[in-house]
Design a protein around this ligand. Structure first.
Ligand code: GRF
Length: 198
């Protein structure tokens, strides 16, 4: 299976996915695409020998369809079977999502369906939650919705800040996403629940 990974920032999730696919794996990364020219993940992808593409969304101000057309053209050049959104910070229209129905995954830093959208860690702390985590789901036209393929839970500790909680969740993202992609690329939709035996 050919995997495209879409990033906007440091690309730490992209990196763990790419490294996991370097082993015995039903999929391999064929392109890393960023909406930001300066994304740190682009250098990581190049260091891993993965082709990169940039579709700078600021060139399409107020023209989301134009941005998504450019995105589709860049992707088509690499003929991916699966798209992994990994720290990709642009909302995709139902039209774009529809073209990849059932073949696009996203990782979101909350225990969905709680805390769709942004600032998930601050919201969990403010709500006095004792647990937080991350979710990998199939992308549908609704924001941070869609069938859940995996979740990882972490405790929220007294005195946690959004930074300390984000760092704890990110460690689990890096365990969860590769585990989910392995199953998904093998057409195994059994959810991954971490910690194992939870
Ligand atoms: C992280 O905050 C993560 O929770 C979310 O995107 C952000 C950056 O991820 N998935 P990455 O380092 O660019 O993969």
């Amino acid at each position: 299976k050919r995997v495209a990974i879409l990033i906007s920032g440091s690309g730490s999730n992209m990196e763990v996915l790419a490294r996991d696919m370097a082993g015995d794996h039903p999929a391999r990364p064929v392109v890393v695409l960023s909406n930001r020219p300066g994304a740190g993940g682009l250098a990581k992808a190049e260091a891993l020998g993965i082709p990169t593409e940039v579709v700078d969304h600021t060139l399409y101000k107020g023209d989301r369809p134009g941005f998504e057309r450019a995105l589709s053209e860049a992707l088509a050049r690499h003929a991916p079977d699966i798209i992994c959104l990994a720290g990709f910070m642009r909302i995709l229209t139902p039209d774009f999502v529809g073209r990849w129905a059932g073949r696009m995954l996203n990782i979101h830093p909350s225990l969905l369906p709680k805390y769709r959208g942004l600032d998930t860690h601050a919201r969990a702390i403010a709500a006095g939650d004792t647990q937080a985590g991350c979710t990998v789901h199939v992308v549908t036209g609704d924001l941070d919705d869609g069938p859940i393929l995996g979740q990882a839970r972490v405790p929220i500790e007294p005195g946690d800040t959004t930074e300390t909680l984000a760092a704890r969740v990110l460690v689990e993202e890096h365990r969860l996403y590769p585990a989910v992609l392995r199953r998904f690329a093998s057409d195994d939709m059994t959810p991954v629940i971490l910690p194992a035996g939870a």
